[in-house]
Design a protein around this ligand. Structure first.
Ligand code: AHR
Length: 661
């Protein structure tokens, strides 16, 4: 017998009385395949000052004086010298300060931070420096001042401490200072006291004491917390294009990013010059946030670590795909393959048997990180990519058969490069294929069935939607409509969770003063941060991902914004842990839509349900630093009747119904 809702809908169609009603058949009695725990994740790249100046807690820019212009980020005054025979081999530069020679003159250094240094009144800051008195002729006092250079007050410094340096051997000095004022664009000033002696300073560092989980070499707390709050299933790092480098010498090299921070060599950041209209000549990678820290963070936020490594090809956007100086020939690839094999040891190996595993233990993590995935290559294309990838796969499979390998389908969501690479990836037998799509609203509206007909089953690679975001036509920022488009599209990921194993919105972070690429999930200045509407869409999917797929159809078809579906998108899952049927409905249109849930398999009765919505009347509205919660999810309790219930989904709304079975 037809359910009441279906009958009503049929009557409605015949009479036109309820012409707007859409009947969603949700089969709650037949639980489908499981939703992978990795399904909704995060993608981190040091773009938009995401690492140095962002997630990484360090407040001093160019702390080791290794930028090509060694004093970039610093103002040096008085009598000083730049030296290059310091205690850290890979960062040899340091600064020597001499007494000015005059009672009324001063010698010292002042650091501008990343777009200034943010100080919060009463918060504590840990200042450390490596120092020595090269002449060994007694104590040298260095004043450490937290300053507000833009103040009209009597004194620029609002907090002062000092370190007393003695002896000719390099030693690490530390003091903790409590900020006497809140300043968003402060500085750190170091001054020799009057009539002083000579002092050498290296690796000048300042961290908030209150970093995420209190870790040494820690992370900015609000930003790391925002990641934890996403409950990501997978954490992809460290990029993106920086994995490839503009040239091979500047590719991300993970081995340089581990071990003592003082000896991690500087790398260029290609995002400092990628767009001449968003140009940041002081953007480098200190590697202070390196692979150890990425693994540690993965563990802390409960996400599977997913490192991406170079396949021996530098950025093909910048260098093309013909072999030459910019790409490594297949017979020269062994050092690159070793980087992958050694990384697996660094993450999982036995410290007693392997030196990379020992380094992990020495850094504070004797237990393995339990790495399960590696991605090899970022946005590569052309025959050059599968040629290079093949020997990586052979060697990784031989030594580590349980590690899942991720290849790429290139930079486009479809087209020639994509169509060429997918079959190549199948031939090579990768476990997952990384797809990227930064596309406009129309693309998202038309892509609701993207994965419905993907090849699936044994031997077929799964999909990793590794970078995606809606880039609105003519409005490339984090407006509400972009988030709504993403929410609509994500019903396709959810419905096809047997094909899509993981998906990561991109990019993750952006400093409001230093971005190169937008939209982004999380924005910040030196003291504040906010989550974009897109962040909340990701969070809503992640918190409501359920454990198993459920079939949801309208007239026997998926609800994916197709003709006759009035801009509706929908998907359903079951959560075995909470016994909830979770239905996501996105109305992308400008009219409210009536929907009947036909909940097959639910006992007749009234159920209390949670309704979570994300909505804005203004499609171009966004969250900002000043109005961080302008558009956030709203939750209320509603009553839902089974087996059929009628609901209305307001225009431009992402709605989630959570019904306890
Ligand atoms: O996310 C920004 C960039 O977009 C990534 O670095 C790259 O993989 C893609 O082109």
């Amino acid at each position: 017998m037809k359910k009441l809702g279906t009958v009503l809908a049929a009557m409605a169609m015949a009479t036109g009385v309820y012409a707007q009603n859409h009947v969603f058949d949700v089969n709650t009695s037949k639980v489908g395949g499981s939703i992978p725990s990795t399904m909704y994740g995060i993608f981190f790249e040091d773009i938009n000052y995401a690492a140095d100046g962002g997630l990484y807690g360090e407040l001093v820019k160019n702390r080791s004086f290794e930028f090509p212009q060694n004093l970039m980020g610093w103002k040096a005054f008085g009598k000083y010298e730049l030296k290059n025979d310091g205690p850290f081999k890979k960062n040899p530069h340091y600064v020597r300060l001499h007494d000015s020679g005059h009672r009324d003159k001063f010698t010292g250094l002042e650091n501008e931070g990343f777009f200034g240094i943010g100080y919060q009144k009463n918060a504590e800051y840990r200042f450390t420096v490596w120092a020595r008195n090269p002449k060994d002729d007694g104590d040298v006092t260095v004043r450490v001042l937290l300053c507000d250079p833009n103040t009209m007050s009597e004194r620029q410094q609002f907090t002062e401490g000092k370190i007393v340096v003695s002896g000719k051997d390099w030693k690490k000095y530390e003091i903790v200072l409590k900020a006497g004022k809140t300043v968003d664009k402060g500085t750190l000033r170091l001054m020799l006291t009057r009539n002083s002696k000579t002092v050498d300073l290296e690796h000048v560092s300042l961290f908030p004491v209150d970093v995420y989980k209190g870790d040494a070499n820690g992370l900015r707390k609000d930003l790391a917390q925002a990641l934890e709050d996403l409950h990501p299933g997978v954490f992809r790092f460290p990029g993106g294009c920086i994995v490839e480098g503009t040239d091979l010498a500047t590719r991300y090299q993970w081995k340089n990013s581990v071990g003592p921070v003082e000896n991690r060599p500087l790398n260029e950041n290609r995002w400092h010059y990628t767009f001449d209209y968003r140009f940041f000549p002081d953007y480098y990678q200190s590697y202070g946030l390196g692979f150890y820290e990425y693994f540690r963070l993965s563990e802390q936020i409960g996400a599977e670590p997913l490192p991406v490594l170079s396949v021996g090809l530098s950025c093909e956007f910048q260098n093309g795909d013909k072999r030459g100086d910019m790409h490594v020939d297949v017979d020269q690839l062994q050092p690159y393959i070793d980087d992958v094999l050694d990384l697996i040891e660094f993450a999982n190996g036995d410290p007693a048997k392997n030196s990379w595993a020992k380094l992990r233990a020495d850094m504070g993590h004797p237990a393995p990180f339990n790495l399960k995935y590696v991605a090899i290559g970022n946005e590569q294309w052309g025959a050059i990519y599968p040629e290079n990838l093949k020997p990586f796969i052979e060697q990784v499979r031989k030594k580590y058969p349980n590690i899942k390998i991720i290849g790429t389908s290139g930079p486009d969501s479809e087209g020639g490069k994509f169509d060429y690479l997918w079959p190549e990836m199948r031939k090579l037998g990768v476990d997952l294929v990384d797809e990227h799509f930064y596309r406009n609203e129309e693309w998202f509206l038309k892509s609701g069935n993207r994965y419905d007909n993907y090849k699936r089953g044994k031997g077929q690679p799964k999909v990793f939607a590794g970078e995606y975001a809606c880039h609105g036509k003519g409005k490339k920022w984090n407006h509400f409509n972009a988030a709504l488009m993403e929410a609509a599209f994500m019903t396709d990921l959810e419905r096809n969770a047997d094909v899509v194993e993981m998906a990561t919105y991109a990019p993750l972070f952006a400093h409001v003063d230093g971005w190169q690429w937008r939209p982004d999930a999380i924005w910040y200045d030196n003291l504040r941060s906010f989550n974009s509407c897109s962040y909340y869409v990701q969070q809503l999917y992640s918190l409501n991902k359920g454990t198993n797929m459920l079939s949801l159809t309208m007239n026997g078809k998926p609800v994916a914004g197709n003709d006759g579906q009035d801009g509706l998108f929908a998907s359903a899952v079951f959560d075995k842990n909470t016994s909830e049927v979770i239905i996501k409905v996105i109305n992308t249109g400008d009219k409210a839509q009536g929907v009947t849930f036909n909940l097959k398999g639910m006992k007749k009765g009234d159920y209390s349900a949670q309704l979570v919505t994300l909505h804005s009347d203004n499609l171009t509205a966004e969250n900002t630093l000043d109005a961080p919660k302008a558009i956030v999810p709203q939750t209320k309790t509603v009553s839902v009747a089974a087996p059929t219930t009628d609901i209305s989904v307001p225009a431009r709304t992402f709605a989630i119904y959570k019904i306890k079975k």
